[in-house]
Design a protein around this ligand. Sequence first.
Ligand SMILES: [Zn+2]
Length: 450
Amino acid sequence: MNQPRTILIQNTTIITLGVTNRVLKNHSLRIADGKIQEFGPTKTLTPTPGDELLDGTGKVLLPGFINAHMHFYSSMARGLNKAEPATNFNDVLKNLWWKLDRGLSSEAVYLSAMTALIDSIRKGTTTLIDHHASPYAIKGSLDAIARAVLESGLRGDLCYEVSDRDGADIAKQGLDENVAFLKRLAQEPNPALRGHFGLHASFTVSDETMEKASGLAREFGAGFHVHLAEAESDQVQCLQEHGLRIVERFQKFGILGPKTICAHAIHIHEDEMKILADTKTSVVHNPQSNMNNAVGVADLLAFHSAGVYVGLGTDAMTVNMLQELRSAVWIQKIFQLNPSVGFMEAVNALTQGNPLIASRSFGPELGLGAIAPGNAADLVLMDYRPNTPLDEKTFAGHLVFGLAEANVDSTIAQGKILMKHGALQLNIDEDRILARSQEVSKELWEKVWG
Ligand SMILES: [Zn+2]
């Protein structure tokens, strides 16, 4: 990518988000060296000879979206119609995901990430926190995903989900893969890559493995990324096997803390919420996946009252964060049977919770999720001409009911234009990648399901 040093986005509406959201009409914004250099009224920011110009007329500029819980490898399941029907969540895992992940090759891992990342550029999602499994192609799998992240120009936080479900040797390989990747990040720091220590979920991780993971993560100062009480059966198993509720078990092994991400957290009690709040652990809500797997609804209002940090993820159902946001709003209203609750809790999960989670991983200095001078230039420009007043007070309603249906015009990450007026600006051959992904997924489906 040979791009000029500065980019000037002209004459647009800037929605800053951040701690104090501002809606700034007829503004321009200049990007230099990967960062937001300055912004102000259009007439005060005139083009200079080195600027690449991006017309923002009739559009709004927002911070790029963050997906706080993703599985790139799930891209390989799109359209799959071969898995046996499931009657509960454990069947979903056994009939679909744990068969699919065992069939993944290193190339499938790379392609699943690359295709999901290209989709993410099209939807304006610039940071993704992934949770990976490929039990028969573990070694180097995080490097394969990292290669795709770097080629895409987006940012990725990666981990390998350690599990005992495929035996002790595969559990050990999972531990080793997290260590190898965290070591690589320490040796070759890159602002586009971060790592967590991955664990699948309480019910597939033995005490011995959890103890090892805890010790290894501590050596690298890494937080964990783990599924928590996605189904009631996870809690039932934990109580039977360990005599503890899951959050208590995680606390016992030192899994919780400000850098740790617990996805789902549907079936947890108030005392568990208090532990999550006290340890400043983040919970990531995945409403579309929860509906698709019929596992229940996370209680956003209870999290809010308990003071738990909540973010929003897609669990690979989509990479479109505004589509996920709409689902978060609707599901909370139906769950509480009250049309006037849950709206701001859902909006804040995306606009406040995800930036916090990203800052704990990528560092607060990048200022991901907010437009301010000096922050990283990770931005999305959307086609949006509001038909009603758009200002700080009405913004949340526009986000859910208007912007969520608007098209993404341009996507910028790390100060580089990755999509301009709908056209990808990458050095990768999308047609070739899609064609190869079709071949590899077909082979994968045939290998696993015949
Ligand atoms: Zn998940």
